[in-house]
Design a protein around this ligand. Structure first.
Ligand SMILES: C[S@@+](CC[C@H](N)C(=O)[O-])C[C@H]1O[C@@H](n2cnc3c(N)ncnc32)[C@H](O)[C@@H]1O
Length: 217
């Protein structure tokens, strides 16, 4: 592997699981780059004051702070990420919220969420599913932890744009929007809304899902 490929592979690995000192810089970079998309995702989720919300794969943690503001002092936020570096960075940044019990940070995977069944009213997961091989398992877990009236917003970069990124060959799985929607449906989550965040034809996609109604007896 040439030097350029090695650098791209290293950066791609950091995006998929920010680690160590470089991971801390990547977390900050993600916060700057993705703040707009994450704000739009939380607008689409529209969590009510007092709600229990989650950011799954929170990276640099900008979504955790925005969710804490939206759910207010009576609400609660869970953050799950499988990078120990991101969890400890968020624990330092949100020390007070953690101490007050308004924020719970957990190391774990979206494919095996460390959350109780039916415990979350609203969740976001932004720029994460490229790193998940078993998407059906991830959506089953999202369906399991949501209350029946809950919603989850899945945010992804525009697939054709993502496919052309130099980091993509190094461990990203890019799926068309229709495929993501079909996998969610087979896991029991129906598409409620499809918004774009950002400008132009390559704006990010925000897919809002809700549990499918129970079949009639
Ligand atoms: C590209 S970053 C995106 C972070 C943030 N959501 C954003 O949009 O800025 C991907 C994050 O998801 C986490 N991640 C990737 N796969 C995951 C999984 N299966 N379970 C939990 N976290 C995961 C990574 O550790 C990383 O922090």
């Amino acid at each position: 592997m040439g030097l350029r490929s090695r650098m791209l592979a290293g950066f791609a690995a950091q995006l998929g699981r920010p680690t160590g000192l470089r991971g801390l810089f990547v977390g900050r970079m993600l916060n700057r780059a993705n703040r707009g998309t994450i704000t739009a995702a939380i607008d689409a989720l529209a969590p009510q004051p007092g709600a229990v919300a989650a950011d799954l794969g929170f990276g640099g943690g900008v979504g955790l702070g925005l969710l804490l503001v939206r759910v207010g002092p009576k609400g609660r936020v869970y953050g799950v990420d499988y990078s120990p570096t991101m969890v400890s960075q968020a624990a330092r940044r949100f020390e007070t919220d953690v101490a007050e019990g308004r924020l719970r940070l957990l190391e774990g995977s979206i494919t095996a969420l460390p959350l109780e069944d039916g415990s979350i009213q609203g969740a976001i997961t932004i720029n994460t599913i490229y790193f998940i091989a078993d998407l059906g398992r991830a959506f089953s877990e999202l369906a399991r932890v949501l209350v029946r009236s809950g919603r989850v917003v899945v945010g992804i970069g525009d697939p054709p744009m993502m496919a052309s990124m130099p980091t993509t060959p190094f461990g990203f799985t890019i799926r068309p929007v229709d495929e993501v929607v079909a996998v969610a449906k087979s896991a029991g989550l129906a598409l409620q809304d499809h918004r774009r965040a950002g400008e132009g034809e390559h704006a990010a996609h925000l897919l809002v899902f809700a549990p499918l109604p129970d079949p009639l007896p």
